[in-house]
Write a protein that binds this ligand. Structure first.
Ligand SMILES: C[S@@+](CC[C@H](N)C(=O)[O-])C[C@H]1O[C@@H](n2cnc3c(N)ncnc32)[C@H](O)[C@@H]1O
Length: 230
Protein backbone atom coordinates (compact mmCIF):
# COMPACT_ATOMS: atom_id res chain seq x y z
CA UNK A 1 0.00 0.00 0.00
CA UNK A 2 1.51 3.40 -0.96
CA UNK A 3 1.17 6.53 1.18
CA UNK A 4 -1.71 7.94 -0.91
CA UNK A 5 -3.69 4.75 -0.25
CA UNK A 6 -2.70 4.86 3.42
CA UNK A 7 -4.12 8.42 3.61
CA UNK A 8 -7.43 7.19 2.21
CA UNK A 9 -7.52 4.17 4.47
CA UNK A 10 -6.27 5.65 7.74
CA UNK A 11 -9.58 7.06 9.02
CA UNK A 12 -11.92 4.42 7.64
CA UNK A 13 -12.67 2.74 10.99
CA UNK A 14 -14.98 4.03 13.71
CA UNK A 15 -12.20 3.76 16.30
CA UNK A 16 -9.71 5.89 14.35
CA UNK A 17 -12.46 8.43 13.56
CA UNK A 18 -13.37 8.65 17.26
CA UNK A 19 -9.74 9.09 18.25
CA UNK A 20 -9.29 11.86 15.67
CA UNK A 21 -12.40 13.61 17.02
CA UNK A 22 -11.05 13.46 20.58
CA UNK A 23 -7.75 15.06 19.59
CA UNK A 24 -9.33 17.97 17.70
CA UNK A 25 -12.56 19.15 19.31
CA UNK A 26 -13.82 16.36 21.56
CA UNK A 27 -12.87 15.32 25.11
CA UNK A 28 -9.77 13.10 25.09
CA UNK A 29 -9.74 9.75 26.90
CA UNK A 30 -6.59 7.78 26.25
CA UNK A 31 -3.15 6.87 27.50
CA UNK A 32 -1.44 9.46 29.72
CA UNK A 33 1.51 9.98 27.33
CA UNK A 34 -0.81 10.59 24.38
CA UNK A 35 -3.14 12.65 26.54
CA UNK A 36 -0.50 15.27 27.26
CA UNK A 37 0.06 15.83 23.58
CA UNK A 38 -3.58 15.47 22.57
CA UNK A 39 -5.06 17.73 25.19
CA UNK A 40 -2.62 20.57 25.02
CA UNK A 41 -0.71 20.69 21.75
CA UNK A 42 -3.08 19.03 19.25
CA UNK A 43 -6.02 20.98 20.70
CA UNK A 44 -4.10 24.27 20.55
CA UNK A 45 -3.17 23.62 16.90
CA UNK A 46 -6.78 22.76 16.08
CA UNK A 47 -7.88 26.01 17.78
CA UNK A 48 -5.33 28.05 15.74
CA UNK A 49 -6.44 26.41 12.47
CA UNK A 50 -10.06 27.27 13.19
CA UNK A 51 -9.18 30.83 14.14
CA UNK A 52 -7.19 31.47 10.94
CA UNK A 53 -9.81 29.81 8.70
CA UNK A 54 -12.41 32.04 10.31
CA UNK A 55 -10.36 35.20 9.61
CA UNK A 56 -9.70 34.16 6.01
CA UNK A 57 -13.39 33.40 5.41
CA UNK A 58 -14.30 36.90 6.53
CA UNK A 59 -12.51 38.22 3.41
CA UNK A 60 -15.13 36.70 1.11
CA UNK A 61 -18.44 36.30 3.03
CA UNK A 62 -19.22 33.00 1.27
CA UNK A 63 -22.78 31.81 0.70
CA UNK A 64 -21.64 28.28 -0.14
CA UNK A 65 -18.74 26.40 1.45
CA UNK A 66 -17.25 22.99 0.72
CA UNK A 67 -15.36 21.54 3.70
CA UNK A 68 -13.21 18.82 2.11
CA UNK A 69 -12.10 16.65 3.76
CA UNK A 70 -14.48 17.51 6.60
CA UNK A 71 -13.10 14.82 8.93
CA UNK A 72 -15.15 14.78 12.13
CA UNK A 73 -16.52 18.29 11.62
CA UNK A 74 -13.76 20.26 13.33
CA UNK A 75 -14.82 23.45 11.53
CA UNK A 76 -18.54 23.07 12.26
CA UNK A 77 -18.75 25.84 14.87
CA UNK A 78 -16.85 28.36 12.71
CA UNK A 79 -18.66 27.49 9.46
CA UNK A 80 -22.16 27.56 10.93
CA UNK A 81 -21.51 31.06 12.32
CA UNK A 82 -21.22 32.32 8.74
CA UNK A 83 -24.74 31.14 8.04
CA UNK A 84 -24.03 29.72 4.60
CA UNK A 85 -24.91 26.48 2.81
CA UNK A 86 -22.27 23.95 3.88
CA UNK A 87 -21.24 20.76 2.09
CA UNK A 88 -19.07 18.35 4.06
CA UNK A 89 -17.14 15.82 1.97
CA UNK A 90 -14.83 13.01 3.05
CA UNK A 91 -13.82 9.56 1.84
CA UNK A 92 -14.51 8.02 5.27
CA UNK A 93 -18.07 7.27 6.35
CA UNK A 94 -16.83 6.87 9.94
CA UNK A 95 -15.51 10.44 9.93
CA UNK A 96 -18.68 11.73 8.25
CA UNK A 97 -20.97 10.13 10.81
CA UNK A 98 -19.19 11.95 13.67
CA UNK A 99 -19.35 15.21 11.67
CA UNK A 100 -23.11 14.65 11.26
CA UNK A 101 -23.47 14.30 15.05
CA UNK A 102 -21.55 17.55 15.61
CA UNK A 103 -23.82 19.49 13.21
CA UNK A 104 -26.86 17.84 14.84
CA UNK A 105 -25.73 19.02 18.28
CA UNK A 106 -25.36 22.56 16.91
CA UNK A 107 -28.79 22.15 15.31
CA UNK A 108 -27.65 23.47 11.93
CA UNK A 109 -29.81 22.36 9.01
CA UNK A 110 -28.18 23.98 5.94
CA UNK A 111 -25.56 21.25 5.66
CA UNK A 112 -25.18 18.12 3.56
CA UNK A 113 -22.69 15.28 3.61
CA UNK A 114 -21.07 13.49 0.68
CA UNK A 115 -18.79 10.48 0.75
CA UNK A 116 -16.28 11.16 -2.01
CA UNK A 117 -12.71 10.55 -3.08
CA UNK A 118 -11.46 14.10 -3.63
CA UNK A 119 -9.30 12.98 -6.55
CA UNK A 120 -12.63 12.83 -8.41
CA UNK A 121 -14.29 15.88 -6.85
CA UNK A 122 -15.68 17.50 -9.99
CA UNK A 123 -17.01 14.16 -11.30
CA UNK A 124 -18.90 13.48 -8.08
CA UNK A 125 -19.93 16.98 -7.00
CA UNK A 126 -21.90 18.80 -9.66
CA UNK A 127 -21.97 22.22 -8.03
CA UNK A 128 -19.73 25.21 -7.56
CA UNK A 129 -18.83 26.81 -4.23
CA UNK A 130 -17.82 30.30 -3.11
CA UNK A 131 -14.94 28.72 -1.21
CA UNK A 132 -13.43 25.33 -0.41
CA UNK A 133 -11.65 24.67 2.88
CA UNK A 134 -9.16 21.80 2.84
CA UNK A 135 -7.28 21.18 6.09
CA UNK A 136 -4.68 18.53 6.91
CA UNK A 137 -4.89 16.52 3.70
CA UNK A 138 -2.18 17.89 1.40
CA UNK A 139 0.69 16.95 3.73
CA UNK A 140 -0.35 13.30 3.36
CA UNK A 141 -0.24 13.24 -0.45
CA UNK A 142 2.41 12.85 -3.13
CA UNK A 143 3.07 15.78 -5.47
CA UNK A 144 0.98 14.22 -8.22
CA UNK A 145 -2.07 13.75 -5.98
CA UNK A 146 -1.69 17.29 -4.60
CA UNK A 147 -1.72 18.62 -8.16
CA UNK A 148 -4.76 16.51 -9.08
CA UNK A 149 -6.79 17.65 -6.08
CA UNK A 150 -5.80 21.33 -6.46
CA UNK A 151 -6.92 21.14 -10.11
CA UNK A 152 -10.18 19.44 -9.14
CA UNK A 153 -10.85 22.19 -6.59
CA UNK A 154 -10.04 24.91 -9.15
CA UNK A 155 -12.81 23.49 -11.38
CA UNK A 156 -15.52 24.10 -8.80
CA UNK A 157 -14.45 27.14 -6.75
CA UNK A 158 -12.70 30.48 -7.22
CA UNK A 159 -11.34 30.47 -3.67
CA UNK A 160 -9.53 27.85 -1.63
CA UNK A 161 -8.25 27.85 1.94
CA UNK A 162 -5.81 24.96 2.19
CA UNK A 163 -3.17 23.79 4.63
CA UNK A 164 0.27 22.47 3.73
CA UNK A 165 3.11 21.29 5.96
CA UNK A 166 6.29 23.22 5.11
CA UNK A 167 9.34 21.16 5.97
CA UNK A 168 12.61 22.44 7.45
CA UNK A 169 15.33 21.17 9.83
CA UNK A 170 13.64 22.64 12.90
CA UNK A 171 10.40 20.70 12.26
CA UNK A 172 12.28 17.50 11.41
CA UNK A 173 13.97 17.76 14.80
CA UNK A 174 10.75 18.77 16.60
CA UNK A 175 8.95 15.68 15.27
CA UNK A 176 11.89 13.48 16.27
CA UNK A 177 11.66 14.69 19.91
CA UNK A 178 7.87 14.49 19.81
CA UNK A 179 8.10 10.82 18.89
CA UNK A 180 10.52 10.22 21.78
CA UNK A 181 8.36 12.09 24.30
CA UNK A 182 4.83 11.23 23.18
CA UNK A 183 5.24 8.23 20.85
CA UNK A 184 3.49 7.88 17.50
CA UNK A 185 5.02 7.65 14.04
CA UNK A 186 6.25 10.04 11.37
CA UNK A 187 4.54 8.13 8.59
CA UNK A 188 4.31 10.92 6.03
CA UNK A 189 7.85 12.27 6.56
CA UNK A 190 8.96 11.33 3.03
CA UNK A 191 6.17 13.47 1.54
CA UNK A 192 7.06 16.71 3.31
CA UNK A 193 8.19 19.56 1.03
CA UNK A 194 9.85 22.93 1.35
CA UNK A 195 7.93 26.22 1.06
CA UNK A 196 9.48 26.78 -2.37
CA UNK A 197 8.39 23.40 -3.76
CA UNK A 198 4.92 23.70 -2.21
CA UNK A 199 4.37 27.12 -3.77
CA UNK A 200 5.60 25.88 -7.16
CA UNK A 201 2.82 23.25 -7.03
CA UNK A 202 0.19 25.73 -5.85
CA UNK A 203 1.01 28.27 -8.57
CA UNK A 204 0.14 25.84 -11.37
CA UNK A 205 -3.54 26.32 -10.54
CA UNK A 206 -3.86 29.17 -8.03
CA UNK A 207 -2.69 32.66 -7.08
CA UNK A 208 -1.55 33.08 -3.49
CA UNK A 209 -3.50 35.81 -1.67
CA UNK A 210 -2.41 35.24 1.93
CA UNK A 211 -0.22 32.80 3.87
CA UNK A 212 -0.28 32.26 7.65
CA UNK A 213 1.57 29.83 9.95
CA UNK A 214 -0.71 27.84 12.25
CA UNK A 215 1.83 27.97 15.09
CA UNK A 216 5.47 28.50 14.04
CA UNK A 217 7.08 26.68 16.97
CA UNK A 218 4.62 23.80 17.35
CA UNK A 219 3.60 22.87 13.84
CA UNK A 220 4.93 22.91 10.28
CA UNK A 221 1.40 23.58 9.02
CA UNK A 222 0.68 26.81 7.11
CA UNK A 223 -2.66 28.03 5.83
CA UNK A 224 -2.86 29.34 2.27
CA UNK A 225 -5.69 31.52 1.03
CA UNK A 226 -5.78 31.06 -2.76
CA UNK A 227 -7.63 32.29 -5.81
CA UNK A 228 -8.07 30.08 -8.86
CA UNK A 229 -6.06 31.10 -11.94
CA UNK A 230 -8.34 31.81 -14.88
C1 LIG B 1 -6.22 14.40 9.16
S1 LIG B 1 -7.86 14.26 8.65
C2 LIG B 1 -8.32 15.96 8.43
C3 LIG B 1 -9.81 16.18 8.50
C4 LIG B 1 -10.25 17.65 8.62
N1 LIG B 1 -9.92 18.40 7.44
C5 LIG B 1 -9.62 18.27 9.85
O1 LIG B 1 -8.73 19.12 9.70
O2 LIG B 1 -10.02 17.90 10.95
C6 LIG B 1 -7.68 13.71 6.98
C7 LIG B 1 -9.03 13.38 6.34
O3 LIG B 1 -8.85 13.20 4.95
C8 LIG B 1 -9.74 12.18 4.52
N2 LIG B 1 -9.24 11.72 3.22
C9 LIG B 1 -8.05 11.15 2.96
N3 LIG B 1 -7.90 10.94 1.63
C10 LIG B 1 -9.04 11.41 1.05
C11 LIG B 1 -9.51 11.46 -0.30
N4 LIG B 1 -8.77 11.01 -1.32
N5 LIG B 1 -10.73 12.00 -0.51
C12 LIG B 1 -11.50 12.45 0.51
N6 LIG B 1 -11.10 12.43 1.80
C13 LIG B 1 -9.89 11.91 2.06
C14 LIG B 1 -9.68 11.17 5.66
O4 LIG B 1 -10.78 10.29 5.65
C15 LIG B 1 -9.67 12.11 6.86
O5 LIG B 1 -10.96 12.40 7.29
Amino acid sequence: MDLNDKTKEQYQSDSSAKKYYMTSIGKYRGKLKETLYSIYIAKYISYRERLIVNLMLKNIHPKTILDAPCGTGKLAYELTEINSQITCADISNSMISIAKEVYNIIGYKAVKFIQVDLEFTSERINETFDVIVCLRLMQRLTTLKQEIILREFSNISDFLIVSFALENNYHRMRRFFRRILFGGSDLYRSLQKSKKETERIIKQTHHIIQVKPVSRGLSSEWLYFLKTRN
